[in-house]
Design a protein around this ligand. Sequence first.
Ligand code: SF4
Length: 404
Amino acid sequence: MANLQLQGELATAFRGVHSTENGFTGHISMERGAQLQVPLPEKYTRMSAEEIVERIGEARAKLGTRLVILGHHYQREEVIRWADFRGDSFKLCKDAAARPEAEFLIFCGVHFMAESADILSAPHQKVILPDLHAGCSMADMADIDQVEEAWDALTEACAGQKIIPITYMNSAANLKAFVGRNGGSVCTSSNAKKIMDWALRPVEEGGAGGEKLLFFPDQHLGRNTAVLDMGFQLEDCLVWDPNQDMGGNTPEALQKAPILLWRGHCSVHGTFLPIHIRNIRKQHPGVHVVSHPECTYDVVLASDSYGSTEKIRQIIAAGKPGDVFAIGTEINLVSRLAQEYPDRTVLSLNPNVCVCSTMYRVDGPHLLWVMDNLLEGKVVNQIVVPEPIASQAKLALDRMIELA
Ligand code: SF4
């Protein structure tokens, strides 16, 4: 009963993300918030690229230290050129924390990133997402109602076994909150092994004492970490399909498996295939293939290296003139690396453009629009994670910060 009441309260809170002095009326739903992006005033859509650049530069100068612009690696060039900090989502949240004097944090990324920045930033800071349509299909694959149902079924099927929930940073705030209140942690692609090790380590050795872990929402990061970094077998990893009864598993199989993986994936990284690696090795003998761990196990296994966006950057930086790299990650980062290291050949592993279409929604006109509003004293597209979601999600984020 108490659990049901809590779920009801959380669902209500979840639907109650504020819009602020932005002209929106009422409350917007966190997961539906993207539908409420107002169309840009026509003048922004009519401006030339040159005018947009000029006006963003002017607005940037006027806002000074009141504003920090955060740019994810997957953002397009016309946006990331304005970023005070570039990086992955967690690095950007930490970078923002180092600028407490900033009143406004414009997060050029996607919705879950802005939520995390709001949770981790100081109370006086306002986090702004230039386009509310910028979501993440992977984060959307772990719907909180399905997660709660799965948890109830799992804890019943595995009665007596301690299950630790772990969620990838790429998840909605309500999933982070679920993980926080159930004794788990957030992880990034850089520290997934550390966090999963902690989940399964005995309490007396400083771990969470889990007999198994449930990893959200990216099955590939979970599997790649468990098998390639932690020494588990593929058979130790069981996929929970939220659209099937018992996740598509028998109670016996669930009891036996130490690693349970939510059936989610990144549609961008899912486009890379082993055939791309075979082809590129034929075309460029000696090529160094680097993939992101959101790629499938087969792709990561066939690569020479794998790692987070930060690690990919480090690998290219450590290369020598003349080296050839084929990268399995979003195309904007690959193109930028190719420009930054012109003495190396940096190629996309997939010859077809693999752009993250939601990241791509943030463009110069939207950036200028939110900045112009700030100059007029209005905050548009503010992302506010309500209580108790924010403090429960912070528990899971703080656990990661403590452990990593
Ligand atoms: S690249 Fe994949 S995981 Fe990252 S924001 Fe886009 S859809 Fe989400």
